[in-house]
Design a binder for this molecule. Sequence first.
Ligand code: PMM
Length: 290
Amino acid sequence: MHVDHPVVMGILNVTPDSFSDGGRYTDVEAAILHGVELYHAGANIVDVGGESTRPGAERIDADTEIERVVPVIEGLARAGVPLSIDTTRAAVATAALDAGAAVINDVSGGLADPGMARVAAESGCPWILMHWRGHSRHMTKMAVYDDVVAEVRGELLQRVGEALSAGVDPGQIILDPGLGFAKNAEHNWALSARLDVFVDLGYPVLFAASRKTYLGRLLAGPDGTPRPVEDREAATLATSILAVAAGAWGVRVHDVTATADALAVWRATGSPRLQRPVTGSVEDRVSEKE
Ligand code: PMM
């Protein structure tokens, strides 16, 4: 599958309880319609997920997950929409690939299900390996690091090593630092600031901050109430542009229309090639003008 960089991955959660769009697209027809809308708005890939990964979420069984995602994937594949399957389970990935998905988006980076590496190796499809330390129910207490950037990098490289020894081709691998997964706001900001460390590993990097809790906290009102999910879009766009400017291969977002506009601006500036070092202080420039 070839797509232009940067890739826009549109989020389609067919779950009753995801934090942003949960409950909106549980109806198959409505979900297909929304997936087609995301594609026409500029998504290069639509990411279909049937299990919520919000902090504290309870797990569902594999059959329920398959029942949620397969009819939606079949409908969208028929409409010609390129698809990824957001799952940590090999059985769900297999069913989704059979139904027409082209990419595995595994938030556990292969850790949750030892069968996932074989599915990826046998299918040869792109495999997004996200940094993860445990299922959502337990992940908050796993957010402990001395040096979050170094540790996430090291743990991701371990996942890459395991994938390669299972026969996955390096060309299949996409990395994701996993914002919000066993990470608090401070960890997310540290990772966002050093995306170059992940880009330098040589694999495409996916950045997925869209509407996440740490943006809500950053934009909290004077009484400390986090900004509601639906009012985090401007902040999301800022994170997306910073990520692609730092070399990210793609962004995973809810609002594809707004993201496509922001990326058009980024492309029009020719960034980052037009950047040049700043010489002299602002004061010097002002006095030059006088
Ligand atoms: N986050 C969520 C779900 N899937 N996949 C990847 N690769 N990276 C992420 O950070 C990620 C993901 C949770 O957010 P959602 O409820 O908006 O889907």
